[in-house]
Design a protein around this ligand. Structure first.
Ligand code: GLG
Length: 835
C-alpha cells in the first residue's frame, strides 16, 4: 500500500501537534489559507471554521487508519440504518474525544478569543426530530468508543428540523439553513456516487443458464452522493464513518431532452431529483403517507446497501457472505424497505435463489421498534408503493405468500390471524404495513425499555410474538455521558473526576463510587454549588435573551421535549395554574418559589400541540406580570429547543418532568440526561422512568399517576373525564379560568379545542392523573425546602445512573443481536511509514 502520510512530516506538525503553541499557529494558518481571512476582517464564523479545521486535522489520521484497518482486516461490521441522526454540534465533542479541550481553550484565549463563543457559533446538524434521532447519534458515539467496526448510514437533509420562533405566543417555523456557511466536518465523496432507480415496470427473461429472471426497468434514476463525517471514539483511536446521502440528478440522465433542445426542461428535472433530500419531515411520532417520504427512505437504503456490497468487493468478499459481514440495525420502520431491497439485489443482480437470498436477508437485519402509538406506525398505500417500487412490491408479495403459508401451518384454520398478520392491510384501501415486513425480515426485534418491550409482545406485535417468540428481546436505551455530562456540565464532570478519577467517563458504573462521599458535607456543598452556578448561568442567558429575570435560588422545574398530548405538557400547565390560583386566593401562602421552564417543538401540522405552546405562553404572560405572584412563580417557554440548548438545560434542572400517560412513552432519553445531571424526576411508571426509579431508589424519585394497566382498565370501564372535573374543586377552577378567557385576554374560545378534548375525550388521562400529580408536586415543593436532603437525593441520582450510558446499551446489542467483536486501531506516529 502507498503511504497515506508522507515520511517527512514532523512529529509535531501544524496539522497534528497538540500543544498550545502549535494549535495557535495551526489556527492562524487555517484562518489564512482555508478561510482566506486575516484577523482584522475575520468574522466569528471564520474563527469557528479555523478552529474546526484545526481540530478536524487532528482526527484525520485516526479516521484514515480506521478505514484502512477495516479494508485490510475486513472485520464484521455494525451498520446502523437510520433516517435521522440528531448529532448536535461537533466541535466541543471532538475536542473532548481528542483530549484537547483545555489545550484548545488556552490557545484560543491566548489569541484573545473565547472558546465558548466559538462553540456557540456552530450551527448544529439537526437531522432528526427528537429521541429517535438523538439515540442514533448516541449509539454511533458509543460504537466508536467501544472500538466496534461500524458505519452509520442516513440522509443528508439540506434543511434539518425547522428553527422555532415564537410570535405572540405561537410557534412559527423557519427553515433550518444549517449548511449556509459550510460544514467543516463533512467530506463529499462524489467519486463514490451511486445510482438509485425509481418507478417504471418489471420484465421477465431467461438467463444464460435458462433460469427465469426478473429485470426492473425504471422510469427515473437518481444519483446518491455520499458525505462522510468522522465519528471519533472517546479516548480511542477508532474513528468510524457516518455516511449521509445527498440526492442529485445523474449527468447523463437528461441527455435526450437536452439534445432535443429542451435545455430548460432538462435542468428543471434536476431539481426534482434533488428534492428527495431537501428537507426532513418534521413529524415526531406520526408518519405522513407522502410519496416523497417513501422516496427518501428507499433512496438512502438503496445507496447504503449498494455501498455495503461495494465495500465487500474492496475486501475481496463475495456477496453470499453479506450476513456474516454485516449486522444491520433498522432504526424503526423508516429503513425497512431494506428487507425487500436486499432481496432484490441478491435475486435480480446476483442471481441467488429465493431461499438462499432469504436466509442471508433475515440473518442480516434486526429491527428496533420505538413506539406503540398507532399514528406512528408506517403504512404505505399499495398503489403508490407499486408505482414507485414495482419490483419491490412483487418481492413483498412473495415474502408475504411464503410467510402466510407458515402461519397457516403453525396456526391452522385461523383466518383472522392471517388477516391480522399479512403485510398487506386489506381492511379498506390497501396498505403495506412496514412493521410487519420488519418483523418478518429480521432475526431480532427489540423495544427500547423493559415495559415497552413487554407491551410490544402483548399488544401491537402480539401475533408476531406468538409466531416467533425467540426473536423478541429488550434493549433499554442509553445516552452518551461524553456529550451529556463532560461537555454539557464541565463543573460537575470536574467535581466527579476530582473525587473518583475519570474512569467513569468510559465506565459509567464507576459513578457508584460517589456514594462514599455522601456523608462528606464538603462534597455535598460543592455539589450543590455546581448546581447553583449552572442555574445562575442559565438565568443569565434567559435574562439576556428574553428580558425575564428568574431567581437562581428558586426550584427549576423543567419539561423539555417534543410537544405532544401524550407527553402532557398541559398537565404541567394545569399545575402551574393551580399554584397561581392558590396564591391569588391567599397571597400570603408560603409556597416554594419555582421557575417553570419549557422547551420543545410541535410538528407544524399538529394543531393541538401548537395550541399547548400558546397555552404555556399565555399562562406565562399572566403569571410573570402579576404583582401578587412576584418572587414566587415564573414561567418561561424557551424557544428553539435543540441539542445545543438541551446541553445547557439538563445541568440546570432541579426537577425533571417525565409525566407521559403510562404506556405511551416507549423509553424517553431526556429523563436519563436530566437525572445524570442531578435533577430529581417527577414521573409516571412509563418507559425508562421505571428502570430509572429502580436504579436511583424509590425514595429518590417522585412517582405519581396511574400505571399502564390501570390506564387500560379505566378506559375499559368507561372513563368519564367530566367526573374528575366535577369532583375536584382545584381542577374545576383551573379549567374554568381557562374557559373564561382569564389567560387569554378574555377570549374564552382560544383554548376551547384543548378544553373540549380534555372534558369529553381525554385520551391521555390528564384529568384522571391531575390530583395525584398535584399532590406529588406538593411533596416536591416541601422536599426542596430541606436543601441538604435534596442535595443528597440529587447526588444519589447521579451516582446510580451508570446503567443508562449508551455504552451499556451498545454492549447489549452486541451481545444479544449483533455479535460483532471490537477491532483495535493502531495509529502509527506521523514520522513512521503509514503504508
Ligand atoms: C421514540 C420514543 C421515545 C424513545 C425514542 C428512542 O417516543 O420514547 O426514547 O424513540 O428510542 N420518537 C421517539 O423519540
Amino acid at each position: 500500500m502507498v503511504n497515506i502520510v508522507p515520511n517527512n512530516i514532523q512529529l509535531e506538525d501544524d496539522r497534528t501537534g497538540m500543544t498550545v503553541s502549535i494549535l495557535k499557529r495551526a489556527f492562524l494558518d487555517n484562518l489564512f489559507y482555508v478561510q482566506a481571512k486575516f484577523p482584522k476582517i475575520a468574522t466569528k464564523n471564520d474563527y469557528y471554521m479555523a478552529l474546526a479545521y484545526t481540530v478536524r486535522d487532528r482526527l484525520v489520521n485516526r479516521w484514515l487508519n480506521t478505514e484502512r484497518t477495516y479494508i485490510e482486516k475486513a472485520p464484521r461490521t455494525v451498520v446502523y440504518l437510520s433516517a435521522e441522526f440528531l448529532l448536535g454540534p461537533h466541535l466541543g465533542n471532538n475536542l473532548i474525544s481528542l483530549g484537547l479541550y483545555n489545550v484548545a481553550k488556552q490557545a484560543i484565549e491566548e489569541l484573545g478569543l473565547n472558546l465558548a463563543d466559538l462553540l456557540e457559533q456552530e450551527e448544529e446538524p439537526g437531522l432528526g426530530n427528537g429521541g429517535l434521532g438523538r439515540l442514533a447519534a448516541c449509539y454511533i458515539d458509543s460504537l466508536a468508543t467501544l472500538e466496534i467496526p461500524a458505519i452509520g448510514y442516513g440522509i443528508r437533509y439540506e434543511y434539518g428540523i425547522f428553527d422555532q420562533q415564537i410570535k405572540d405566543g405561537w410557534q412559527v417555523e423557519i427553515t433550518d439553513k444549517w449548511l449556509q456557511y459550510g460544514n467543516p466536518w463533512e467530506v463529499a465523496r462524489p467519486e463514490a456516487s451511486l445510482e438509485v432507480k425509481f418507478g417504471g415496470h418489471t420484465e421477465t427473461y431467461t438467463d444464460e443458464f435458462d433460469r427465469y429472471r426478473v429485470r426492473w426497468v425504471p422510469y427515473k434514476v437518481v444519483k446518491g452522493v455520499p458525505y462522510d463525517t468522522p465519528i471519533l471514539g472517546f479516548q480511542a483511536n477508532t474513528a468510524n464513518t457516518l455516511r449521509l446521502w445527498k440526492a442529485e440528478a445523474p449527468e447523463s440522465f437528461d441527455f435526450e431532452a437536452f439534445n432535443k433542445g429542451d435545455y430548460f426542461g432538462a435542468v428543471h428535472e434536476k431539481s426534482d431529483s434533488e428534492n428527495i433530500t431537501k428537507v426532513l419531515y418534521p413529524n415526531d411520532e406520526s408518519y405522513q403517507g407522502k410519496q416523497l417520504r417513501l422516496e427518501q427512505q428507499y433512496f438512502f437504503v438503496s445507496c447504503s446497501l449498494q455501498d455495503a456490497i461495494r465495500l465487500m468487493k474492496l475486501q475481496n468478499l463475495a456477496p453470499e457472505r453479506f450476513h456474516e459481514q454485516y449486522a444491520i440495525q433498522l432504526n424503526d420502520t423508516h429503513p425497512t424497505i431494506a428487507v425487500a431491497a436486499l432481496m432484490r439485489l441478491l435475486l435480480d443482480e446476483y442471481g441467488f435463489d429465493w431461499d438462499r437470498a432469504w436466509n442471508i436477508t433475515t440473518n442480516t437485519f434486526a429491527y428496533t421498534n420505538h413506539t406503540l402509538l398507532p399514528e406512528a406506525l408506517e403504512r404505505w398505500p399499495l398503489e403508490m408503493f407499486g408505482n414507485l417500487l414495482p419490483r419491490h412490491l412483487e418481492i413483498i408479495y412473495e415474502i408475504n405468500r411464503r410467510f402466510l403459508d407458515r402461519v397457516r401451518i403453525k396456526f391452522p384454520d385461523e383466518i383472522d390471524r392471517l388477516r391480522r398478520m399479512s403485510i398487506i392491510d386489506e381492511s379498506g384501501e390497501r396498505y403495506i404495513r412496514m412493521a410487519h415486513l420488519a418483523c418478518i425480515g429480521s432475526h431480532a426485534i427489540n423495544g427500547v425499555a423493559e415495559l415497552h418491550s413487554e407491551l410490544l409482545k402483548k399488544t401491537i406485535l402480539h401475533d408476531f410474538y406468538e409466531m416467533y417468540p425467540e426473536k423478541f428481546t429488550n434493549v433499554t436505551n442509553g445516552v452518551t455521558p461524553r456529550r451529556f455530562i463532560v461537555l454539557s456540565n464541565p463543573r460537575l464532570a470536574n467535581l466527579i473526576t476530582d473525587r473518583i478519577g475519570d474512569g467513569w467517563i468510559k465506565n459509567l458504573d464507576e459513578l457508584r463510587k460517589l456514594e462514599n462521599f455522601i456523608e462528606d458535607s464538603g462534597f455535598r456543598q460543592e455539589f450543590a454549588g455546581v448546581k447553583r452556578a449552572v442555574k445562575r448561568d442559565l438565568a443569565e442567558q434567559i435574562r439576556d435573551n428574553y428580558g425575564i429575570d428568574i431567581d437562581p435560588d428558586s426550584l427549576f422545574d423543567i419539561q423539555a421535549k417534543r410537544i405532544h398530548e401524550y407527553k402532557r405538557q398541559h398537565l404541567n400547565a394545569l399545575h402551574i395554574i393551580t399554584l397561581y390560583n392558590r396564591l391569588k386566593a391567599d397571597p400570603n401562602l408560603d409556597i416554594t418559589p419555582r421557575t417553570f421552564l419549557f422547551g420543545g417543538k410541535a410538528a407544524p401540522g399538529y394543531y393541538m400541540a401548537k395550541l399547548i405552546i400558546k397555552l404555556i405562553n399565555s399562562i406565562a404572560d399572566v403569571v410573570n406580570h402579576d404583582p401578587d405572584i412576584r418572587g414566587r412563580l415564573k414561567v418561561v417557554f424557551l424557544k428553539d429547543y435543540n441539542v445545543k440548548f438541551a446541553q445547557r438545560i439538563y445541568p440546570a434542572a432541579d426537577l425533571s418532568e417525565q409525566i407521559s400517560t403510562a404506556g405511551k412513552e416507549a423509553s424517553g432519553t431526556g429523563n436519563m440526561k436530566f437525572s445524570m445531571n442531578g435533577a430529581l424526576t417527577i414521573g409516571t411508571l412509563d418507559g425508562a422512568n421505571i428502570e430509572i426509579r429502580e436504579e436511583v431508589g424509590a425514595e429518590n424519585f417522585f412517582l405519581f399517576g396511574l400505571t399502564a394497566e390501570q390506564v387500560l382498565a379505566l378506559k375499559a370501564s368507561g372513563y368519564n373525564p367530566r367526573d374528575y372535573y366535577e369532583s375536584n374543586p382545584e381542577l374545576k377552577l383551573a379549567i374554568d379560568r381557562l374557559d373564561s378567557g382569564f389567560f387569554s385576554r378574555g377570549d374564552g374560545d382560544l383554548f376551547r379545542p384543548l378544553l373540549d378534548a380534555l372534558m369529553y375525550q381525554d385520551d391521555y388521562l390528564v384529568l384522571a392523573d391531575y390530583a395525584s400529580y398535584v399532590e406529588c408536586q406538593d411533596r416536591v415543593g416541601q422536599a426542596y425546602r430541606d436543601s441538604d436532603r435534596w442535595t443528597r437525593m440529587s447526588i444519589l441520582n447521579v451516582d446510580r445512573m451508570g446503567k443508562f450510558s449508551s455504552d451499556r446499551s451498545i454492549r447489549e446489542y452486541l451481545q444479544k443481536i449483533w455479535k460483532v467483536p471490537p477491532v483495535e486501531i493502531q495509529v502509527p506516529e506521523y514520522t513512521q511509514s503509514n503504508g
